[in-house]
Design a protein around this ligand. Structure first.
Ligand SMILES: *[C@@H]1O[C@H](CO)[C@@H](O)[C@H](O)[C@H]1NC(C)=O
Ligand SMILES: *[C@@H]1O[C@H](CO)[C@@H](O)[C@H](O)[C@H]1NC(C)=O
Ligand SMILES: *[C@@H]1O[C@H](CO)[C@@H](O)[C@H](O)[C@H]1NC(C)=O
Length: 301
């Protein structure tokens, strides 16, 4: 009788622990902000962090910051060497013991392609679900708005990119040049882009990149249907201008990247791990309820 009681209470105890763990077990989340933004502004990623925490109590949310404070973080979103920044982020994430069993990653705008580079280059700790909010996975051809930069700096930057995007000096100092994709100069792009052409396996195939992407549970690409900031907005779904001109768009499936499967996206797609979502409105102009219902409750729980 007593033995049975012990058994029952042990079972009950285990059940409680299991239930408790089930409630507590949303994996941690890592965020990477976009151009002109920072880890922690209350009107941008600070609010996203709060929203995730409010929806999934006790979750650990880490928002990537480069530099010693938010001002430096904003500067680093325009200036510096992106490959060095990605290495720094890999180091930050590998040292964070909350993340050691894996995490879900959300990148915002350019932060989405940088987050993808982290996934491809630094598989430890592992990423489960990757959510790209308006990321430019085939780069951009146009910078209609430079975020927080004033007009003078913005026009200086646009000129520098237009005339010198593929110069080594510009590639190593100006973040936006590294995902500048000129469809009239595909060859120059593939040979000189130190970032986008590299992570898209354009010049040669890095098998490690393919293998690491295959480890994802899902890759979720969110496109903003009325996006006027990203040119072309199809880049948010890996689409881009058909090489050699600047009006006609080809989708991911029509692209060489997909047909030759240089990056393993076709396999990911066939396995049902690649999701194409759209959100109404302009760049990153999603509502809280859209984010809760389409992202948090589907991919972060
Ligand atoms: C492939 O990517 C890995 C991870 O970033 C890197 O260590 C390696 O040097 C790359 N290989 C080639 C051939 O570029
Ligand atoms: C930038 O230029 C536009 C149009 O030329 C002008 O309306 C706006 O006030 C300028 N903004 C700043 C910050 O100078
Ligand atoms: C999208 O843009 C069009 C044209 O500018 C506008 O009429 C429409 O209201 C916009 N829709 C949304 C959801 O922002």
């Amino acid at each position: 009788m007593i033995a049975l009681d012990k058994h029952t209470s042990l079972l009950f105890f285990l059940l409680c622990v299991w239930k408790f763990n089930a409630i507590e077990s949303s994996p941690p989340v890592v965020l990477w902000h976009g151009m002109g933004d920072s880890c922690c502004f209350s009107f941008s990623l600070g609010a996203i962090k709060k929203l995730i925490e409010a929806t999934l109590p006790n979750i650990y949310v880490y928002s990537i910051r480069l530099g010693n404070n938010v001002i430096e973080d904003v500067e680093h979103s325009y200036f510096g060497n992106i490959n060095q920044q990605i290495s720094q982020v890999c180091e930050q994430l590998s040292k964070d013991k909350h993340l050691k069993d894996g995490y879900n990653a959300i990148g915002f705008s350019q932060g989405a392609q940088f987050m993808r580079a982290v996934i491809q280059r630094c598989p430890n700790p592992p990423v489960m679900n990757f959510i790209s909010m308006g990321g430019q996975h085939q780069g951009v051809f146009g910078l209609p708005n430079c975020g927080a930069l004033g007009n003078n700096t913005c026009s200086y930057m646009s000129r520098m990119i237009k005339y010198g995007a593929y110069l080594k000096l510009v590639q190593e100092k100006l973040i936006q040049a590294t995902y500048w994709h000129d469809p009239y100069q595909e060859k120059e792009y593939k040979e000189n882009s130190i970032f986008m052409a590299d992570i898209n396996n354009e010049l040669h195939i890095n098998q490690t990149y393919k293998d690491n992407l295959q480890k994802l549970h899902s890759m979720v690409l969110v496109k903003f249907t009325n996006d006027t900031i990203v040119w072309p907005r199809e880049s948010e779904w890996f689409g881009f201008y058909t090489p050699g001109q600047g009006t006609k768009i080809q989708t991911l499936e029509e692209s060489d990247l997909y047909r030759t499967d240089r990056l393993g996206l076709k396999i990911l797609h066939k396995l049902g791990k690649l999701y194409f979502l759209s959100s109404p409105g302009n760049h990153l102009q999603f509502t809280e309820s859209w984010f809760v219902n389409n992202i948090i409750k589907v991919y972060l729980m």
